[in-house]
Design a protein around this ligand. Structure first.
Ligand code: 6LW
Length: 526
C-alpha cells in the first residue's frame, strides 16, 4: 500500500513524534496562531487525526502583540514513564518551556520555564536510562546542552557545547537520541529554504567527541528537481514493529520559474534503515512523494485530502479552526444564533498585530475551493465581513460584503505589503451572501513549473446569474517567497469595522473546503 507525502498537508512545520505502545503522537509549530502546538494521533504513521493542542489556554500561550511568525517555534514531544512532554519556545515572550500530560488529547499542564544563558530556539529532551534528562537547543554560541530537573526545569549542570553540525548555515533543530547504547545528535542545517538538510553525528557520551555520519546530509533535496523541496527539521522514531521512520518538514513549490510555495512547510515521513550504525533515509537520502506505507498499516486513509463542511451547530468547533494571537472572546458566539457562527467585527483589522474577529483554517492543497454563506448588514462604509486568504498581516486577499454610497455591495481586495488594490463593486440584494475563494493552477503547468500561465486565486460572489469573479490575484504575491516568515496560507472568515466596532454582527452559516481534483496538489511526479 502506498502513502502520499505530505502526510499532513498545509502549514504544519517542524514535526516531532513520539510513540506510546502502538499509538503515535506528532506535534508541529504554530507561531502566532491560537491554540498552539497541534497534537496529531496515528496508529499507522500515515493517517493523522488532529486530537488536540498542547497550548489551549491563554495563560499557557500569551501572544499579545506577536509579530507574524513570532510566538511558538519548533516543539519536541517525548513520552517517558507514562507521561507526555512537549518542549518549545515562545519567542514573543518567556523563551523555552515545557508542558506535560497523561492524555495528549486532553489538557496539558501549565508551562515550566527553562532558563538558558542566551536566546535560543528548538529545544529537545532526552530521558536517559539512568534517569538524567538532557535539554538540548540552539543558544549562545551554537548548539548547547545541559541536564535539567524535569520537575522544576532547573539546570543540574553547566551549559555545554555539543556537535555544531557539518558546516552548513543555521545548525538548529537538535534532537539527542540514545540508540543501541550510542548517543546520536540529529540537526537541521542550511536554513529552512531550498538548501535545508538533516545531518547526524554519534558519540559514546552525550557530550562527544562526535563522529559525523559519513554520508551527511542523511536527507536533503537541495539541487534536486523533486516535487518535494526544502526537506529538513526532522525527528526519528522506532515503530512498534521495529521499523524506523523519519518525520520531517518539506515544501511543494510550484508555478512558472522561479517556483514559489504558499502552503507553508508541511509534515512528511520517510522510511529509515540502519547501515553500519547510521540511518539511511528513503532512497539513499532522498524522500519520495509516494512510498510504501508501514507494514502495520491496515488501510491507507489520508483524511486531510477529504472535503469538510462546517455548519456551526452549537458545541465545540472542529479542532482545525484557529484564531490569530489570543482571541477576544466577545468577538465570537456559536450560541447567540444557533446554527450560525457570529463574528462581532471589532476595530481590529487583518493588518494589525492584534486579534481581529477572524477564524481560519489552513489551505492544504494547491488547488482548492472554499466558500462561506453569511448574513451581514453593514451600516457604515467601514463595516465589512467576508472570506480571506491570509499569509500574514501584510499579505492577504479577501472578498467581502460592505457598504458603498448607501448600497450593500461585494468587493475584493489585495494587500501585498504596502500595496492595496480593490476591485469593482457588485450590488447585493437583501439576504444571505455566498462568497468563495478558489485556488487554481493552469493545467498545463505541471509540477516542474515549465508550462504557461500563473497560479491564481479566484475571489467571487454568487449572484442570481451564477458566480461573479471579482478578482484573480496571483498566488505568488502572498507566497512565502514574497510574504516571508515561517507560516502558510489560511482561509478565514472575518469581520471588522476598520477602526470602529461594527454595529451589526456577521453571521456565518456554512464554510466548505474541498481540494480540487486534477491539480498539482498531489505532489505526484518527482
Ligand atoms: C525552526 C527552525 C526551523 O525553529 O525553522 O526549519 C524555524 N527549521 O528549526 C521556524 O520553524
Amino acid at each position: 500500500m502506498l502513502y502520499r507525502n505530505p502526510v499532513i498537508p498545509g502549514f504544519y512545520p517542524d514535526p516531532s513524534i513520539c510513540r506510546a505502545g502502538e499509538d503515535y503522537y506528532l506535534v508541529t509549530s504554530s507561531f502566532e496562531y491560537f491554540p498552539g502546538v497541534p497534537v496529531f494521533h496515528s496508529r499507522d504513521l500515515v493517517d493523522w487525526e488532529l486530537v488536540g493542542h498542547c497550548l489551549s489556554r491563554p495563560e499557557q500561550l500569551p501572544l499579545q502583540g506577536a509579530r507574524a511568525s513570532g510566538g511558538i517555534f519548533a516543539p519536541t514531544i517525548r513520552y517517558h514513564q507514562g507521561r507526555f512532554y512537549m518542549v518549545t519556545t515562545n519567542v514573543t515572550g518567556g523563551g523555552h518551556f515545557y508542558v506535560s500530560t497523561d492524555d495528549p488529547a486532553g489538557q496539558w499542564s501549565d508551562p515550566i520555564w527553562v532558563k538558558t544563558e542566551g536566546f535560543g530556539i528548538d529545544p529537545s529532551l532526552l530521558f536517559d536510562d539512568d534517569g538524567t534528562c538532557y535539554f538540548t537547543s540552539t543558544g549562545r554560541g551554537g548548539l548547547t546542552q545541559f541536564p535539567i530537573d524535569i520537575a522544576t526545569g532547573r539546570a543540574l549542570g553547566p551549559e555545554r557545547q555539543v556537535w555544531q553540525g557539518s558546516g552548513g548555515s543555521f545548525p538548529e533543530a537538535p534532537h539527542l537520541y540514545k540508540i543501541n547504547g550510542l548517543y546520536y545528535q540529529m540537526l537541521a542545517e542550511g536554513g529552512t529554504e531550498r538548501g535545508h538538510m538533516v545531518t547526524m553525528a554519534r558519540s559514546e557520551t552525550p557530550w562527544g567527541p562526535w563522529e559525523p555520519c559519513p554520508h551527511n546530509p542523511i536527507l536533503s533535496h537541495r539541487s534536486r528537481g523533486r516535487s518535494i523541496q526544502s526537506t529538513g527539521h526532522a525527528d526519528l522514531i522506532e515503530a512498534h514493529d521495529g521499523s524506523w521512520w523519519l518525520v520531517f518538514l518539506a515544501t511543494r513549490p510550484y508555478g512558472p520559474y522561479p517556483l514559489f510555495h504558499n502552503l507553508g512547510r508541511e509534515t512528511n515521513i520517510a522510511p529509515v534503515v540502519w547501515v553500519d550504525g547510521w540511518p539511511v533515509v528513503g532512497s539513499g537520502g532522498l524522500a519520495e512523494a509516494e512510498a510504501e506505507a508501514p507494514a502495520f498499516a491496515t488501510a491507507v486513509r489520508q483524511r486531510w485530502d477529504e472535503p469538510t463542511l462546517d455548519r456551526f451547530a452549537e458545541g465545540p468547533l472542529p479542532l482545525y479552526w484557529n484564531w490569530l494571537r489570543n482571541p477576544h472572546p466577545e468577538d465570537y458566539s456559536l450560541s447567540e444564533r444557533p446554527g450560525w457562527l457570529r463574528l462581532r467585527g471589532s476595530a481590529v483589522t487583518l493588518n494589525a498585530l492584534d486579534s481581529p474577529a477572524w477564524l481560519g483554517r489552513r489551505q492544504q492543497h494547491q488547488e482548492m475551493s472554499a466558500s462561506v454563506t453569511l448574513e451581514f448588514v453593514p451600516e457604515r462604509e467601514g463595516d465589512e465581513a467576508g472570506l480571506s486568504v491570509l499569509m500574514n498581516n501584510r499579505h492577504h486577499y479577501e472578498v467581502f460584503v460592505t457598504l458603498r454610497a448607501g448600497v450593500r455591495v461585494a468587493q475584493a481586495r489585495r494587500t501585498i505589503g504596502s500595496m492595496v488594490v480593490t476591485s469593482e463593486l457588485v450590488a447585493l440584494p437583501d439576504g444571505p451572501v455566498t462568497l468563495c475563494i478558489e485556488a487554481e493552477s493552469p493545467a498545463s503547468m505541471g509540477p516542474g513549473g515549465h508550462g504557461e500561465g500563473e497560479p491564481v486565486y479566484r475571489l467571487g460572489v454568487q449572484t442570481e446569474g451564477g458566480l461573479r469573479v471579482l478578482d484573480t490575484p496571483e498566488m505568488r504575491y502572498i507566497a512565502t517567497e514574497v510574504a516571508g516568515g515561517f507560516t502558510g496560507a489560511y482561509l478565514g472568515m472575518y469581520a471588522t469595522g476598520n477602526g470602529a466596532v461594527c454595529a451589526q454582527p456577521a453571521d456565518f452559516t456554512s464554510f466548505s473546503y474541498a481540494r480540487r481534483a486534477g491539480g498539482s496538489s498531489d505532489g505526484s511526479a518527482n
